[in-house]
Design a protein around this ligand. Structure first.
Ligand code: GRF
Length: 203
């Protein structure tokens, strides 16, 4: 399974995928890593594993659609079977989602549909939640609204701050992501079915 991963930050989930894919038994390969932020630290993981990278910065384009078209063109060069958004902090224009879905999944540091959006960890803390979670979804045109293909609860501990809670969520997120890639690669998870069945795809 050829995978393109899009990141915006540290790429800890990307790193987990690269480590897993280094095992010849793992049925997926990260063929390229893309980002909207040329300074994304996670690009170092790709370089360390000799995986090609590409940057498509929003600021280089006059519109979100033009940016999306350029990003899509870069992605499609690699002819991936699956595109993973992992810490990619931009909404993809509908034309990009339409071209890639349902082979387009996202990791999210909350137990969706709880706490969607870019501040999920902080929102859970501010809501006084006693537990949050991690989720993997098929991307649709909403913000973290697509069909859930995996999710798991993560405890909030008294005294948690955004850093400590996120640090407890990320290993769960990584495990769910690796498992989802395995399930997709070996056919036990069909993304087209998941996309068609909508929210009811919760495992
Ligand atoms: C991850 O928790 C991801 O789900 C969220 O942002 C975080 C990025 O972490 N969207 P990293 O860049 O993979 O380390």
């Amino acid at each position: 399974l050829s995978v393109v991963v899009l990141i915006s930050g540290g790429g800890s989930n990307l790193r987990a995928l690269l480590d897993a894919a280094a095992d010849a038994e793992f049925p997926a390969r990260v063929v390229a890593v893309g980002t909207d932020r040329p300074e994304a630290e996670g690009l170092e993981h790709a370089e360390e594993f000799g995986v090609p990278t590409f940057e498509v910065a929003l600021s280089s384009f006059g519109s979100r659609e033009a940016w999306g078209d350029a990003l899509l063109e870069q992605i499609q060069l690699w002819r991936p079977d699956l595109v993973i958004l992992s810490g990619f902090m931009r909404l993809l224009p509908p034309a990009v989602v339409a071209a890639l879905a349902p082979n387009l999944i996202n990791t999210h540091p909350a137990f969706l549909p709880e706490f969607p959006g870019p501040r999920a960890v902080r929102d859970a803390l501010e809501a006084g939640a006693s537990e949050s979670g991690a989720s993997i979804i098929v991307v649709d045109n909403g913000v973290d609204t697509g069909p859930i293909i995996a999710r798991e609860r993560v405890a909030v501990v008294p005294g948690d701050n955004e850093t400590t809670l996120h640090a407890r969520i990320k290993p769960v997120e990584r495990r769910l992501l690796i498992q989802a890639v395995l399930d997709i690669a070996n056919g036990t998870l069909d993304l087209a079915d998941a996309a068609l069945s909508g929210r009811r795809a919760i495992t």
